[in-house]
Ligand binder design. Sequence first.
Ligand SMILES: Cc1ncc(C[n+]2csc(CCOP(=O)(O)OP(=O)(O)O)c2C)c(N)n1
Ligand SMILES: [Mg+2]
Length: 514
Amino acid sequence: MNGAESLVRTLVASGVDVCFANPGTSEMHFVAALDKVDGMRCHLGLFEGVVTGAADGYARMADKPAATLLHLGPGLGNGLANLHNARKANTPIVNVVGEHATYHIEHDAPLTADIEGIAWPVSHWVRTSMSAKAVARDGAEAVAAAMTPPGQIATLVLPANTAWEASEGQATPQPVPERAQVDGDAVRRSAEILRGTGQTLLLLTGHALRELPLELAGRIAAKTGAKVMAQGSNARLQRGAGRVPVNRIPFPVDQALEVLKGFQHIVLVGAKAPVAFFAYPGKPSLLYPEGCEIHALSTLEEDSVHALEWLADELGATGTEASVQRAERPARPTGALTKDSIAAALGALLPEDAIVADESVTTGRGFYPLTAGAPPHCWLNNMGGSIGLGMPLATGAAVACPDRKVVCLEGDGSGMYTLQALWTQARDGLDVTTVVFANRTYEILKGELANVGASNPGRKALDMLELGRPDLDWVAMSRGMGVSAERVENVDDFQTALARGLAEPGPYLVEVVV
Ligand SMILES: Cc1ncc(C[n+]2csc(CCOP(=O)(O)OP(=O)(O)O)c2C)c(N)n1
Ligand SMILES: [Mg+2]
């Protein structure tokens, strides 16, 4: 058995059985090994940003890592932006990056690069395998590193000769550290705050946004009068009818300040103290009011579910009834096609158990309230702010959950970074309905221009924020990659098109001209 096969067998034995790939010569033995080993499902991405973003979406839904297969420094480099996003989302990923044969590196061939140097800023763990005999063991350790709470990026660099030379066979899967339990002091201190008089916010992210811990947070809120909110962006939030509803901290600084202004205490459950995406002249970086005290119930590394159980117990809230979201869909909208009527159409049509990959940017700012009472579903955000994640994220989520409908809500500017994901969806028959909001601008940046105080922009500046001349033809691009598509310009047609996409199995794209 060669090193590549020993690695693939070890990955599968360690529970990593999906690989998103964009290979080259140095990965040919790994590719060949994929055939020899049962149990590894492979998906080709036509750009590495698709590969890494899909690995992110997969792991968020599967709660375990996928492998990526990337071609030396440049292939890894192309995948970096979505690895950055995955890192911010604490998504576990095992990157396998091909490298020249160990003895070839010194000759500085065209593709020679500092792979570890490229990998480190987006990885928690990096290792270059030095021999075929080490590859399997290194692979097992990479999986354990990726699975280490709260989820890490592990990058294993695989020199070509370590893939083709003889190995010592499959390695034993390595143990994964458990999530640490919070200590009693953090629980008692949080309980004391919650029993006190000041207005308190429980701020959640990570695993605390799953159904059960949300229920616990809801009980605590009902018992103590605290409010519950989620971070502005979250890896995966379970919401909809019957669940404890949570709003997110808004993106615009003024709105965030307004939402948070009344709080004397914020108890963090896996979350970070709220901070603005950017600094703006004359505005604060921190979004909570001066004098507001920040307390940590649990960090992201710790077991927030257990922490909330303990806290509910400490407060005598285990039997308290949480207030849950009623099942209610907005009426089907009529009239003009606006952000609100788009939100209402989504709220009216979102299917049960849907997975929403949200990169809708400005169009989607109001999607939350009108979809809150839809049947139970998951909502995934971009947590690293590097746009071009939505379509890959949706692709990976669809691989993880073939029985659920994935709805990708995508800005037209953001979509253009990684639209090759549509081809992967077509090829692998993935059940994703993509809605592209074709406002034909970088709408958000027009606001940002004003927010940072860059006044009186001229034609040259504004041209950098416009996507027209020529207008992007999303229907043609989508069909060109094998995904049926239609363009709509009014709210009736939007609902018909969305319903059609949701009813059809497999990928579909709706271009909404807004
Ligand atoms: C990798 C990367 N490049 C550039 C940006 C800056 N940026 C933020 S939002 C945005 C435009 C988003 O446009 P679109 O998806 O059309 O959404 P809209 O603003 O029109 O709602 C850009 C270019 C970014 N966040 N990430
Ligand atoms: Mg746009």
